[in-house]
Design a protein around this ligand. Structure first.
Ligand SMILES: NC(=O)c1ccc[n+]([C@@H]2O[C@H](COP(=O)([O-])OP(=O)(O)OC[C@H]3O[C@@H](n4cnc5c(N)ncnc54)[C@H](O)[C@@H]3O)[C@@H](O)[C@H]2O)c1
Length: 477
């Protein structure tokens, strides 16, 4: 908290704290592994003389960082070249800093369309975020580590291919999609935009890897929402089925609940095909709902603060409830509130990405991990926020509002999530203290909250062909 309130002047103390972070002080390791990515980077540095200077410089900088738990846990990126598509967004920014701090050589690729959506719809993040250029500059000042920034659209092949040939990634982490289900259901234009942006952007990334960097490991962000809510356990990507006396292991059935979720399903199918046809190496991370805002690096300076969405279009369940509690608005539970989903702390998101990078898929492999740590129903989340709010003297009430989505409100839900933990993820669980500190963080920014943006504004049943602009973001009475 202190760092957030402090001035943006760079102190030696801050630089030292970031250097410590560089050693990877995030979570204690469960499994100690030799980082394969670092070994691969070493081989590549031999193959590509042009890269070797930058890679060696990063590796040297990393060696000077004090040893910490993260170092033993694959914390040394060893100059592995990681392109983070969507690196200006919520998960991408935190991941870019996490990896840069640990010696990975990071390039952010982003067309800043997420910022544009806010301008179109009259939304804003609760936290005041610096421009993409200022963030990256500030990170360089306080950490001594360079993050490359390429502003452009991955649907534009000229731009993407140029970004690939100039950076030559060992790994592409692909966060760069339109990620809001409500946004995709505003109107026809947004539905088409979402599917075009996500599906075509992803196809371009696959072609770029095939043509320009065939050894590159694709780490793609999917969503747990791809599975829907089947009345059986959800496996990690594949299910073995016995049918009429024969057995096969097949992709787990997908049931998207919005044009956004369906775009992610198309991505998964396209990637699976490309691993077979072109021997791409790919990891599809079916991520749960992310909550929280602080990572070690994003609180190192006010200019590094991450975005925090609380509106009815981009705000995710727990993040929205925490803001509602902080400003005295009833927690808006959609329908009966029995909707159950997988959740994870943003500190685990960044760690999961690092784990996927350090333990890469093989050429031709389509690997699926379910990336969440705990599951809760919406009612359970509301209960936890209510209890923690009361401890801080907040009067938290709950309001069941008509569900704007078309989804089951009471259902069976049991999803597996062991593969990332088997590789060393030690989850930050949503204990009481976590909600407590998130609440305190949000209370510090509550004056920036715009009450009219809190209620659900997009009704799945009413998506029409008329183009909705700002009005789409504000609930009609
Ligand atoms: N936030 C969550 O709770 C959550 C949950 C499950 C899955 N995911 C997935 O994780 C990824 C990141 O989510 P987020 O919350 O950080 O989203 P975000 O909107 O904050 O970030 C996405 C970033 O990608 C950029 N982008 C989008 N289209 C692009 C394009 N065509 N070219 C270049 N850049 C582009 C945006 O400008 C933005 O900065 C998404 O793919 C999302 O589907 C997120």
């Amino acid at each position: 908290m202190q760092a957030l309130k402090g001035t943006s002047a760079v102190s030696k103390q801050q630089a030292a704290s970031v250097a410590r972070l560089g050693a990877g002080a995030n979570v204690a390791p469960r499994v100690v592994r030799v980082p394969q990515a670092a070994a691969r980077a070493g081989l590549r540095a031999q193959r590509r003389p042009a890269d070797s200077v930058a890679a060696a410089a990063t590796a040297t900088a990393d060696k000077t960082a004090p040893a910490g738990p993260g170092t033993a846990n694959g914390g040394g990126g060893g100059g592995t070249r990681v392109m983070i598509i969507g690196g200006d967004g919520y998960c991408g920014w935190a991941t870019a800093l996490h990896l840069s701090a640990r010696g990975y050589n990071v390039s952010i690729v982003d067309n800043l369309c997420r910022r544009q959506f806010d301008l179109q719809l009259g939304l804003d993040t609760l936290t005041p975020i610096a421009s993409a250029h200022d963030r990256v500059r500030k990170w360089g000042e306080i950490s001594g580590k360079h993050i490359d920034l390429q502003i452009g659209d991955i649907c534009d092949w000229e731009f993407l291919s140029q970004a690939f040939t100039s950076f030559r990634p060992d790994v592409v982490v692909h966060f760069g999609e339109q990620r809001s289900a409500p946004y995709s259901m505003i109107d026809r234009q947004r539905a088409v935009f979402t599917q075009h942006n996500n599906v075509i952007g992803n196809i371009n990334v696959m072609f770029a890897i095939k043509e320009l960097a065939p050894e590159c490991h694709l780490v793609k962000l999917g969503t747990m929402g791809e599975y829907g809510t089947p009345n059986i356990d959800i496996e990690e990507g594949f299910i073995t089925i016995n049918h009429n006396g024969r057995t096969d292991t097949l992709p787990y059935p997908k049931q998207g609940n919005s044009f956004y979720h369906l775009s992610k399903i198309h991505d998964s199918h396209n990637i699976h095909f490309a691993t077979k046809a072109w021997k791409l190496a790919a990891t599809d991370l079916n991520q749960g709902v992310v909550y929280g805002v602080r990572t070690d690096e994003t609180v190192a300076d006010p200019a590094l603060i991450n975005r925090y969405d609380y509106d009815g279009i981009f705000g995710t369940a727990l993040n929205r409830f925490v803001v509602q509690a902080a400003v005295g608005h009833p927690l808006t539970v959609y329908g009966k509130g029995g909707q159950t989903r997988g959740f994870l702390d943003i500190r685990d998101t960044v760690r999961c990405i690092q784990i996927a990078i350090d333990n890469p898929a093989s050429r031709g492999e389509f690997r699926v991990f379910n990336q969440f740590t705990e599951q809760f129903s919406v009612n359970q989340l509301a209960e936890i926020v209510g209890r923690e709010g009361a401890k801080l003297g907040l009067e938290v009430t709950v309001q069941n509002v008509p569900n704007p989505r078309v989804e089951a409100e009471e259902h069976y839900y049991n999803a597996k999530c062991s593969k990332l933990q088997d590789l060393g993820l030690v989850p930050h669980l949503l204990g009481d203290s976590m909600v407590d500190s998130l609440l305190e963080f949000v209370i510090a920014y509550k004056d920036r909250c715009r009450m009219e943006l809190i209620k659900p504004a997009v009704d799945w049943r009413k998506a029409g062909v008329k183009v909705n602009t700002m009005a789409a973001a504000v609930a009609s009475k």
